[in-house]
Design a protein around this ligand. Structure first.
Ligand SMILES: [Zn+2]
Length: 285
């Protein structure tokens, strides 16, 4: 028996060694690039952009303040990057990022992003991710003319922004951007079976993805967690569904290196009531 056990142990060790060698051989390029450094990525989170001062607050910024932010970033040598560039960077051993990258994100998919932010992105030659709540944008059809204060983006505006090559769209759930007795955003309920949670989470995410595909021919790799609230189990669901990038609302800088996961990128919320210099000097590396 003991002899058998020893042989089994030796075989297991050999198998481990073989597997380790395989892994090592499969990714020589990343190994070669180790020490090539990493890139620090700040991600900024905007929401609504409105002129009316009485509406401004933690999640509403004025267009002129947004413009000052873009000017500030440009003056300091920051270059806005797309999620496609980030994916290239982590997956392709030879892909590079600008020396000072920044990712600009807009959550909730407000129509005012098209009215105020999109022209500024054009003017300052910048890129951004706009994350859509499927239910809200799905309800926009037929409501034109749209109101910048209350309405969400319709498919026509999303198409124009996508076509510009400056904007990528993210999935901000279909109908889980809610906190109520039934569920806290897209998190798992206490005592809920994993099977049930998976069904609810995935069905919801698929609805928005299906709308993107139907109206825009766009398949997003980005999931922005509603309110940044996360149940870790859902990360597996995202991977299974092909979402290779997700946004949290945890504040902090991201350090990217080759081969790294882009799940749960940290972001800084950009509130109103604070100038660009003060806001950015507190967070930028
Ligand atoms: Zn949101």
């Amino acid at each position: 028996m003991r002899k058998g056990k020893a042989a089994a142990l030796a075989a297991a060790l050999l198998l481990c060694l073989w597997a380790a060698l395989l892994v090592f051989q499969a990714e020589p390029a990343f190994e070669d690039l180790e020490g090539h450094g990493s890139v620090v990525l700040p991600v900024i989170m905007y929401h609504s952009i409105l002129k009316d001062p009485s509406r401004q607050g933690p999640y509403v910024l004025s267009p002129s303040q947004l413009e000052k932010d873009l000017q500030y970033l440009q003056e300091k040598g920051y270059e806005s990057v797309s999620v496609a560039q980030l994916l290239d960077y982590v997956h392709d051993p030879f892909a590079t990022l600008p020396e000072k990258p920044v990712l600009l994100t807009f959550d909730d998919g407000f129509y005012n992003n098209y009215v105020y932010a999109f022209p500024l992105l054009e003017q300052y030659d910048m890129k951004a991710v706009v994350s859509i709540i499927g239910l809200h944008s799905d309800g926009v059809t037929g409501l034109e003319p749209l109101n910048p204060t209350f309405d969400h983006l319709g498919w026509a505006q999303m198409e124009e922004m996508l076509d510009s090559g400056r904007v990528e769209l993210g999935n901000h759930s279909y109908n889980l951007h809610t906190i109520d007795a039934k569920r806290i955003a897209s998190t798992r309920r206490r005592g809920e079976s994993l099977e049930n949670y998976k069904e609810v989470f995935c069905q919801d995410a698929r609805k928005t993805q299906a709308l993107f595909e139907e109206h825009l021919g766009w398949t997003t790799p980005i999931y922005a967690y509603p309110y940044g609230l996360i149940s870790v189990e859902s990360l597996d669901f995202l991977e299974e569904m092909g979402y290779s990038v997700s946004f949290s609302c945890a504040e902090g800088l991201n350090t990217l290196s080759k081969g790294q996961s882009l799940q749960l990128l940290k972001r800084y919320n950009r509130p109103s009531g604070i100038g660009s210099e003060r806001f950015f000097s507190q967070i930028l590396p």
